[in-house]
Write a protein that binds this ligand. Structure first.
Ligand code: G6Q
Length: 546
């Protein structure tokens, strides 16, 4: 379809690109006084202004044509109707069912999945409320106020990001902790600070076979049993999983297990039982508001024509940069401390979903797929990597995300923050020519020699793309909309690239090799064949650890 076998829409885009590529956004803004308004979409309390991107109507038309040619609308319908779009694993992809507030039936293999989803939500509601109200207590009768999520990847990043994002809503007496990494540090640093009598461990693992999670969970279990005895486990451990057998084997009572299913991908699972810590921290009502926000975005994605469909528009703009401008990077900067972990979360969501090289037709791609995603919280990152964004040789499209209202309106903090986010978008787009810089230096009374010496250093090429996303507040509803927007953007790009966004075979090879190397570090295997670098590193580490 692309690459060597270019489709009609693709070739059309290539020819549009040839004519358009040198167009400057500032000229487009000068020609069209309504550009900002025309290229903004609003959904409830969210405004997405994508006008500061490199396109005109002609470009957009060709991009929407590509989406049509790729059957995007039908592919969206396929997801919502429970088709097995995760073809390599023969699974439906139904994170949308987890927040299907309309409760319309969604069938997989002829069976409606909604009753079991609703039953788990009901169980989550009862349990999270019981913990918050102190009805479900620890073994010694004390209220459970330290909630520890043990999980990794999709069973960690979503709940962690969302808990931090919604920290303002946490119950005053509850503290959330996250243990994910396999080095002893995560465990040690948390266990040193908490009291077994008031601690609830949530073992979050879809497969319940992940070495990091099970190792951490065993360590925590031992710590608890050493303090309170074996009988305490039932009051201090719950499991979130699809694998009942392994949960029982681990020694967690199935009554304390909250189920989800193989149609929920790890990185798409914070809406499922995996969100338990969110529900306990912010209350089930707020968890439900998050689902409602996501549902609003789902309806928008499923029902809105492509031309006004926010995730689709963002996806197409990304494709435009990636496949025509050859820009394979994307930056996300949330201007709110509560959203500081959103970039890390999106890194997984985007790069694990679309970091693929084989098409659904079982061929290697000969075009670029998922971009490298990075980011951090603004304004902090303005003082670090923004230098490269403004003056570097790489063009990096950026999403600027900001709430209009802060939960913590102190003095003029929020206005300063808002002024900064808007200024960045404008500066990236407009830049500053050498002539403008020279004028400025002259007005500041600098001598001509100084002006000549400095004008290049102090000028900005501009024409650097940004999309500004304004939320009313970082509240559960807005967070739900925002995350669902990215999920659907990623799916739309996957459809256009003809890849499966829902498997992750790329994480397997390293995991397997680690199991081969482990005995060499434990001294039970020797002289296993490796490349000379790996062998050398193994013997160096073994020597130093003696
Ligand atoms: C996400 C990935 C991956 C997964 C972790 C944890 O989409 O599949 O990040 O979430 O490997 O897996 P478990 O939940 O099975 O422990």
């Amino acid at each position: 379809m692309f690459g060597k076998n270019k489709s009609k829409a693709w070739r059309q885009l290539e020819s549009v690109y040839k004519h358009f590529r040198k167009t400057e956004m500032k000229d487009l803004f000068a020609q069209d006084k309504l550009r900002g308004e025309r290229y903004s979409e609003q959904l409830d309390t969210m405004l997405v202004d994508y006008s500061k991107n490199r396109f005109d109507d002609n470009v957009l038309k060709a991009l929407f044509e590509l989406a049509r040619e790729r059957g995007l609308k039908e592919k969206i319908d396929d997801m919502f109707s429970g088709k097995k779009i995760n073809a390599t694993e023969n699974r439906a992809v139904l994170h949308i069912a987890l927040r299907n507030r309309g409760n319309t039936p969604i069938y997989v293999d002829g069976r409606d999945v909604m009753p079991k989803i609703n039953a788990t939500l009901e169980k989550m509601k009862d349990f999270s409320e019981a913990v918050r109200l102190g009805r479900f207590t620890g073994y010694t009768g004390k209220k459970l106020t330290n909630i520890v999520n043990i999980g990794i990847g999709g069973s960690d990043l979503g709940p962690f990001m969302a808990c931090e994002a919604l920290r303002y809503y946490w119950a005053k007496d509850i503290k959330c902790w996250f243990i994910s990494n396999i080095d002893g540090t995560g465990c040690a640093e948390v266990l040193n600070k908490i009291d077994p009598e008031t601690t609830l461990f949530i073992v979050a693992s879809k497969t319940f076979t992940t070495i990091e999670t099970l190792t951490n969970a065993r360590t925590c279990r031992k710590w608890l049993v050493d303090a309170l005895g074996e009988h305490a486990v039932a009051k201090h451990f719950i499991a979130l999983s699809t694998n009942k057998e392994e949960v029982e084997k681990f020694g967690i009572n199935p009554d304390n297990m909250f189920e989800f299913w193989d149609f929920v991908g790890g990185r798409y699972s914070m809406w499922s039982a995996i969100g338990m810590i969110i529900a306990i921290a912010v209350g089930y009502k707020n968890f439900e508001r998050m689902l409602e926000g996501a549902y609003a975005m789902d309806r928008h994605f499923a029902e809105t024509e492509l031309e006004h469909n926010i995730p689709v528009i963002l996806a197409l703009i990304g494709i435009w940069y990636n496949n025509f401008y050859g820009i394979h990077r994307h930056c996300v900067v949330p201007y709110d401390q509560y959203l500081q972990y959103l970039p890390a979360y999106l890194q997984q969501l985007d790069m694990e979903s679309n970091g693929k090289s084989v098409t659904l037709d079982n061929k290697y791609v000969d075009y670029a797929t998922g971009p490298v995603l990075f980011g951090g919280a603004g304004t902090n990152v303005q003082h670090s990597f923004f230098q490269l964004l403004h003056q570097g040789t790489e063009v990096v499209p950026i999403d600027l995300i900001v709430p209009a209202i802060s939960h913590n309106e102190i003095g003029s903090h929020q206005q300063i923050l808002l002024a900064n986010v808007l200024a960045q978008g404008e500066a990236l787009m407009r830049g500053k020519t050498e002539a403008e810089t020279a004028e400025e230096l002259e007005a500041a009374g600098k001598p001509q020699t100084e002006i000549n010496r400095m004008k290049k250093f102090k000028s900005f090429s501009g024409n650097r793309p940004s999309t500004t996303i304004v939320l009313k507040k970082i509240d559960p509803y807005g967070l739900g909309m925002l995350v669902a927007m990215y999920e659907h953007k990623i799916y739309s790009q996957g459809v256009i690239w003809n890849i499966n966004s829902f498997d992750q075979f790329g994480v397997e090879l390293g995991k397997k090799l680690a199991l081969k190397i482990l005995p060499e570090l434990q001294g039970t295997a020797h002289n296993v064949e490796h490349d000379s670098s790996t062998s050398n590193l193994i013997s160096y580490i073994n020597k130093i650890r003696k």
